[in-house]
Every structure is written in C-alpha cells, then in structure tokens.
Design a protein around this ligand. Structure first.
Ligand code: NI
Length: 227
C-alpha cells in the first residue's frame, strides 16, 4: 500500500533545510547505488559523511518517529538514516529496485528494507517532471507531493524518478525495517488501527468493543512482529 503522510516537516523547517542545502557540497548520486541501478541514476546527493547530512538526517528522524500516521502505517523497527538528493534539469533515476539489505551507516549492522520513503523538500510548482513513479499490481502511480510531506511505499516495488524538464527537485529518502515484514499484514493492522481510532472518537474509551479491538490489535502485533 502507498501512504501519503502530510506535514512531517513544517514549512518553516523545509525553508531551513533548503537554505542549508543551497550552499551544500553535492556529489554524484551513483555513490550509494547498487551496480544495476547506478547505470540509470543521474542525480546528486549529499555525501554520507557530510556533517550537514548528519544534522538534517537527525531532524528528519526526530520528525518521523513522532508522526502518528507514520507510526501506524510503517510500524517501524529500524530506520536507515536519511540521505538527501537533488535533481536538476535533465536529471532522472530510471526504473530500478532498491537493495533488499542495507548497512546502517557508521555501524556494521545490516537491516532489511521493507518500506521506501521519500520526503519532498521542493514544492510541486518549483519543477516540472520529476515524478516519483511507483509500479504495483494496479499499474503505475505518479507521486509529487507538497514540501514537507512523505510518501511511504513497499520497497519491493519497481520505481523511478522521471526526468526533470524545469527547475530543481530536492528530497530526502530513507528506508524502514518494519516490525511487520508482510505488506498485507501491515495493511490489515493499519485498517484495524484506523477503525479503532474512529470508534474512540464516536464513543468514549470505556466502550467495551474499543477495549476488545485494541486487545486484538496488540495481540496481532505480538503474533506477527519480528524483533
Ligand atoms: Ni530507489
């Protein structure tokens, strides 16, 4: 399932990010690509060792961990520290698949990429082209969100960033290892969680079915989670 998570960063935070990124030292994006995806990747990134990457990455992690929609949709176990990219005119990242296992930078620890995330840092009117195109069983989904919003999608999907025809597109990208590996199970828990939230709005928390359904939600997580 593809989730749109609005307002992960405020417009003020986005403006701060953009100011810092304007004078940053951008390098060729092939540095973090696998051999297959390197051949279709034409963009720029902040180096993983750049102090600015660490600073901005920390701010994204803080914002994402406290976002309730992200929590409900991703059920995160681990988050790979975010990276940052830019696409100028004529740059693109053709269809590719993300690596299934990644090293957490600065450690010898590996994690499985269950979910891919893009945090948009340019407003849609700042550039033409540059859609994130995600393929799933229903076809192709073109995603271009307001700055500060996140799209979360299964890392199993083939995807591309189409060529920029005007302007510059800035974004942050990262991966999540979920407590719930299976996309369908995670989707079911998300729907159950949404229904419980709605019931809690319509009734008070002492409503017996709210308690019972919450118990089922947690017991399913106990049954399915991997730690
Ligand atoms: Ni990718």
């Amino acid at each position: 399932m593809i989730h749109h998570i609005p307002n992960v960063l405020s417009k003020e935070q986005v403006a701060e990010f953009r100011q810092l990124m304007a004078t940053a030292n951008w390098v060729g994006g092939k540095v973090t690509a696998g051999t297959l995806s390197a051949s279709v990747k034409q963009n720029q990134q902040l180096s993983e060792n750049d102090p600015l990457t660490h600073h901005l990455s920390e701010l994204v992690i803080q914002a994402i961990w406290k976002n309730p929609v992200f929590q409900a949709a991703a059920l995160p176990h681990q988050i790979i520290p975010p990276l940052f990219n830019r696409y100028d005119e004529h740059e693109s990242f053709g269809f590719h698949v993300d690596n299934s296992i990644r090293l957490i930078r600065g450690t010898s620890q590996q994690m499985r990429t269950d979910l891919s995330c893009t945090l948009f840092l340019s407003e849609p009117e700042e550039y033409d082209g540059g859609d994130l195109v995600i393929e799933d069983t229903y076809g192709y989904h073109e995603v271009k969100l307001p700055a500060g919003d996140v799209v979360l999608y299964p890392a199993t999907s083939l995807h591309e960033v189409s060529s920029i025809t005007r302007g510059t597109r800035f974004a942050s990208f990262f991966w999540v290892q979920s407590l719930i590996r299976d996309d369908q199970k995670r989707h079911l828990l998300f729907n159950l969680d949404e229904s419980i939230r709605q019931l809690r709005k319509d009734h008070d928390d002492a409503y017996p079915e709210v308690m019972k359904l919450t118990n089922i939600y947690h017991n399913l997580i106990r049954m399915w989670s991997e730690l």
